[in-house]
Ligand binder design. Structure first.
Ligand SMILES: [Zn+2]
Ligand SMILES: [Zn+2]
Length: 78
């Protein structure tokens, strides 16, 4: 049995995610994993769950947000 790091649910099908800083986190659902691990857009603040846009060391959910934050020449990746 494992307990979710976010909500504390004790769930027999919990899974683990190794985040970019090397720490292993335990979650009972993707919703909790996203809440804890997914980066947020530097412009609008939404969670970047799919392919985000990285520019000038910042992360954005889409090229529009990167542009609004003053990063030029960014296009969405297919
Ligand atoms: Zn949870
Ligand atoms: Zn955004």
């Amino acid at each position: 049995m494992a307990t979710c790091d976010v909500c504390g649910n004790d769930y027999d099908k919990a899974f683990q995610v190794v985040s970019s800083d090397g720490t292993t986190r335990t979650f009972d659902s993707f919703e909790c994993a996203i809440h804890a691990v997914a980066p947020s857009c530097n412009h609008c603040g939404c969670r970047v769950v799919g392919h985000g846009v990285e520019a000038s060391g910042q992360i954005f959910c889409c090229a529009h947000c990167a542009g609004m934050a003053g990063v030029e020449g960014v296009k969405d990746r297919a």
